[in-house]
Design a protein around this ligand. Structure first.
Ligand code: PMP
Length: 442
């Protein structure tokens, strides 16, 4: 099968993010709850979670029932609106503090693309500010590598070839959590900054927690310079709080992008925020900012989102994943201390990641010291114990409502064995497995 895949599909996989060294022969056959199985019958407890969507676990029965029931009645007509779309807009507006309007897309990248387009249209300005460690999708304005080294801040390190230099030059990359640099950049370029886009928690490099004063400074500078503040909550929204990180931080962005966990794995994105900006989209008659998508608001996907959000509100999902997350972080920290391995187990709620660093990182620069061999090496060894944490540098792991304390017991036991084995034989070939070396984030 892998050979057949590689014959027609470049690299044999359908996303650059799935091009993972050592996993070239992995063919997935089945996924349920906290687990997936490959075609050789091997079972893995899944902490990769497809980069984040299945917060309820794979193939959640309530979500799948809603999808099946909807599919019996309705599929895509591509005209008008459905009751499900209206209910989903109402639900998202109820949950997200800053949503005066909302539009659906099929992916997170589309949502961030439209956020930047409307920001440029509304302000008539050119520049977009983003931050090291943050990923916002595959499109050109944000395709600057998260690995810009400290001496390259503000310069252009594209994630891809084929991007026009003038597009890259229109994006400034700043250090996350660096208030002084934000203030200086606005002092110099403020009149030309259309938008600031930020992952409020840069999860694309694991988990860097934001200083409250940093997010507050972004809000202040955008307000005083008339720039649009975009919170990219594709990961944080729903997973960390039903009101997103904006509710946790008490900061109101102008626009917010969402995706991933909203529909537990069905393809969806959303953009929401200030009415004056959202009303510029061409879904409204005569409005100037073109917005379209054949699959936007697909009834089955909308049904999945509604069932997911209903379940997240009705059942103690966050309580469960936060408790397991706390357990994993505490017990992994103790495990590494017991082994004498310098490590910081970072994370928030259902997300955890072990950095092999002496102290907790605050910015992307701090992550440059992570021991990549250890990070990738113990994760490759975990595969032999049926535990799947993506063996790529700086990738975060996720817990779901379907994970249990028994799963966590097994994770801890397997981690200890894998780390001990890695310490005994630290030679790990990490070529291609290091985000430092250019592997794409997600
Ligand atoms: N923003 C963030 C914060 C993301 O993590 C991702 C995907 N990893 C995206 C945007 C892009 O979403 P998609 O892959 O659905 O296009």
């Amino acid at each position: 099968m892998p050979e057949r895949a590689r014959r027609l599909i470049p690299g044999g996989v359908n996303s650059g993010q799935r091009n993972v060294p050592g996993l070239g022969d992995l063919v997935i056959a089945r996924a349920r709850g906290s687990r997936f199985w490959d075609t050789t019958g091997r079972e893995y407890t899944d902490y990769h979670a497809a980069f984040g969507p299945p917060l309820l676990g794979h193939a959640d029965p309530d979500v799948d029932a809603a999808v099946t029931e909807t599919a019996r009645e309705l599929d895509l007509c591509g005209v008008g609106v459905t009751e499900g779309e209206v209910r989903l807009a109402e639900t998202l507006a109820e949950l997200m503090p800053s949503f005066e309007r909302v539009l659906l897309t099929s992916t997170g990248s589309e949502a961030t693309f439209h956020a930047l387009r409307v920001a440029r249209a509304a302000t008539g300005r050119r520049l977009v500010v983003k931050f090291q460690g943050c990923y916002h999708g595959w499109h050109d304005s944000v395709s600057l590598n998260v690995i810009s080294a400290p001496d390259r801040v503000g310069r252009h390190d594209p994630i891809s070839t084929g991007i026009l230099p003038e597009v890259l030059e229109s994006t400034l990359v700043l250090r996350f959590n660096d208030v002084a640099q934000v203030r200086e950049t606005f002092a110099t370029h403020g009149a030309d900054i259309a938008a600031v886009i930020v992952e409020p928690v840069p999860h694309n490099v694991g988990c860097l927690l934001p200083d409250q004063e940093f997010l507050a400074a972004l809000r202040e500078e955008c307000t005083s310079h008339g720039s649009v503040l975009v919170f990219d909550e594709v990961i944080t929204g729903v997973r960390h709080d039903l009101g997103g990180w904006q509710r946790i931080a008490g900061i109101r962005p102008d626009l917010t992008t969402m995706g991933k966990a909203i529909a537990n794995g069905y393809p969806i994105g959303a953009i929401g925020g200030r009415a004056d900006l959202m009303d510029l989209f061409s879904s409204r008659p005569g409005a100037p900012v073109f917005f379209a998508g054949t699959y936007n608001g697909h009834p089955a996907v909308v049904a999945a989102a509604l069932a997911t959000l209903d379940k997240l509100r009705a059942e103690p999902v966050h309580e469960h994943v936060f408790r397991l997350g706390e357990r994993v972080r505490t017990e992994l920290s103790a495990l590494y201390a017991g082994l004498g391995v310098p490590a910081v187990v970072a994370g928030y709620g259902s997300v955890f990641v072990t950095y092999f660093l002496a102290k907790a990182p605050r910015s992307y620069d701090d992550l440059l010291a992570n021991d990549t061999g250890m990070f990738v090496g113990y994760r490759r060894r975990l595969l032999d114990h049926g535990i799947f944490e993506l063996p790529l540098n700086l990738k975060r792991s996720h817990l779901s409502y379907a994970h249990t304390d028994d799963d966590v017991d097994r994770l801890l036991a397997a981690t200890e064995i894998a780390v001990r084995a890695q310490l005994a034989d630290p030679t790990t070939d990490v070529s291609g497995a290091s985000t430092m070396a250019g592997a794409l984030p997600c």
